[in-house]
Structures are given as structure tokens and as C-alpha cells.
Design a protein around this ligand. Sequence first.
Ligand code: PRP
Ligand code: ADE
Length: 172
Amino acid sequence: MADLAELVASHIVDVPDFPKPGILFKDLTPLFSDGPAFREVVDGIVAQYGAASFDVVAGIEARGFVIAAAIAYATGVGVVPVRKAGKLPRAVHSSSYELEYGEAVLEVHTDAFRPGERVLVVDDVLATGAPPPPRSTSWSAPGEHSPGSPCCWSCRSCQAGSGWHHARLMPS
Ligand SMILES: O=P(O)(O)OC[C@H]1O[C@H](OP(=O)(O)OP(=O)(O)O)[C@H](O)[C@@H]1O
Ligand SMILES: Nc1ncnc2[nH]cnc12
């Protein structure tokens, strides 16, 4: 797993101030475009969870689609697109959330999953994403936890020491 993490890290390009000043954007396109590396990562994800542990893969628009489709093809299961608001043509479940650099709404068709189906949900990056906090939720200053700790191993705000991130990602 350490090797895989290194492989991923070595194929990420950090882009400062994209899409907004203060955001360090993790660009995974070099990983997607490197055939052997991408295959190794996809195979690694499948091995991590076990091909028999899920019945369908859900990918989060848009970069998550790339990974979800590859996993689905590799394991012979179907893929369900979880799309940004207004893109799906039929009845949807909908949920809003906060991004590191904005807000968005994700939707999935109400009949996308069958009862009891086991779903592997994939995306490329977890920065800060979380449902909008309830009023009572406290917010924690960045840097209160060490980068690499389980609470925020992929939390860019914490690692970059800038911005705020949701307490949900932190241990209580
Ligand atoms: O943890 P968060 O702060 O939610 O950030 C992570 C999300 O942001 C990016 O998607 P984005 O909405 O930018 O869409 P894209 O994949 O279409 O670029 C990324 O692919 C994740 O879905
Ligand atoms: N820092 C970041 N890099 C890439 N994608 C992101 N989505 C949210 N924050 C991001």
C-alpha cells in the first residue's frame, strides 16, 4: 500500500492558486494518462476492497467517473454516475455539500440502486467534502492535527495549513 501511495503521489502535480487563490490543486491527470500506473492504482483499489465485496460502483462527477468506470470494467460490475445538479433526466435523490473551493449538489437516480446492493463509492480526491454542518457543529482551525493522522490524511486544508475544514473529519 505504501508503494501504491508513492505511485499516486509521484503522478500528482500540485497547482497553486487553482481554481481560486489559496487553493493547492491536486492534479491527477498525469496518473490517469499513464496506462501502467493507472492500471496499478485501479487494481490496487480493487484488491483493497476485494472484487467480491461490491455489486456496483458509484463514481462522483467528474473525475470520479474515470476511476469508477475502470473499476467497474475490471470487476465486471455496473457503474452508477453520481452527477452534479440538473444533469440526470429522471427522478433523483439530491444532496448539497461544501467543497474546499465552493458548494455543489450531487444527484443520483432514485432507481440507481437495488435494495441490498453493495456500492463502492469512488472519487479522485477527498479535500474537505462534507454535508453542510448543523448549527451546533464546531469548526476546527487548520493545523490542530498532524498531517498524516487518520482524521485528515487527505485533508488539503489541514496539510496546507490554510482555510478551515469541517470538524466531522477530526476525532472528537
Ligand atoms: O472534499 P471536497 O472539498 O468535496 O473536494 C473533493 C471533490 O472536489 C473535486 O470535484 P469537483 O467538484 O471540483 O468536480 P470535478 O471532478 O468535476 O472537477 C474532486 O473530484 C472531489 O469530488
Ligand atoms: N485541492 C484540491 N485538489 C483537487 N481537487 C480538489 N477538490 C477540492 N479540493 C481540491
